[in-house]
Design a protein around this ligand. Structure first.
Ligand SMILES: *[C@@H]1O[C@H](CO)[C@@H](O)[C@H](O)[C@H]1NC(C)=O
Ligand SMILES: *[C@@H]1O[C@H](CO)[C@@H](O)[C@H](O)[C@H]1NC(C)=O
Length: 156
């Protein structure tokens, strides 16, 4: 029993330590967007939807900066690549909320484009059928410390 209590106590401490307080509001003002040409492939669109879904769900749980890609069914070597980043001032849930809005914006602004990116004041989402990670990955610490539309549009 004592052991169980100790374990529960430790879980509680770890849990509290992992809660980020956040800022209390999310600024979803649209800053810029860019759309590639429209996709003609249902399989590609399905991969892109999967990628966007993961970006929305997972980025807030993965340090507000997250990459994922998905293979396109029946198309050899073709993938959809995705990246999302939130202002580090945002809590996990605030990041999820912000990216929910980018997801909606991407569809409104770009439809089923092969590649698209949307920057809101507090978060950014991009997906593409071409690999584009180098600039952002090589500058991850810079991006995490200085969340700015200029930096992100130049590097990611
Ligand atoms: C939200 O972001 C826009 C664009 O960057 C800025 O003009 C505005 O002042 C921000 N609003 C708040 C409440 O911070
Ligand atoms: C980003 O990374 C590249 C190397 O890939 C480096 O040359 C460049 O200075 C970095 N930019 C910033 C702002 O850190």
């Amino acid at each position: 029993m004592a052991l169980l209590k100790r374990i529960l106590f430790m879980i509680l401490i770890v849990d509290i330590a992992s809660i980020k307080l956040g800022r209390g509001f999310v600024n979803t003002t649209l800053i810029f967007w860019r759309c590639g040409s429209q996709s003609q492939s249902g399989n590609y669109n399905r991969a892109a939807m999967e990628v966007k879904g993961r970006l929305k769900r997972n980025t807030g749980r993965r340090g507000n900066n997250y990459y994922t890609s998905e293979r396109v069914r029946d198309e050899l070597r073709r993938r959809c690549y995705g990246h999302a980043i939130c202002n580090q001032a945002l809590s996990r849930q605030e990041c999820i909320d912000c990216l929910q809005v980018t997801g909606t914006r991407l569809i409104q602004l770009c439809g089923f484009a092969l590649s698209a990116r949307v920057m809101l004041h507090d978060c950014y989402m991009r997906y593409s059928d071409g690999y584009f990670y180098e600039g952002c990955k090589n500058n991850a610490s810079h991006l995490n410390l200085n969340f700015s539309p200029q930096g992100i549009s130049e590097l990611c």
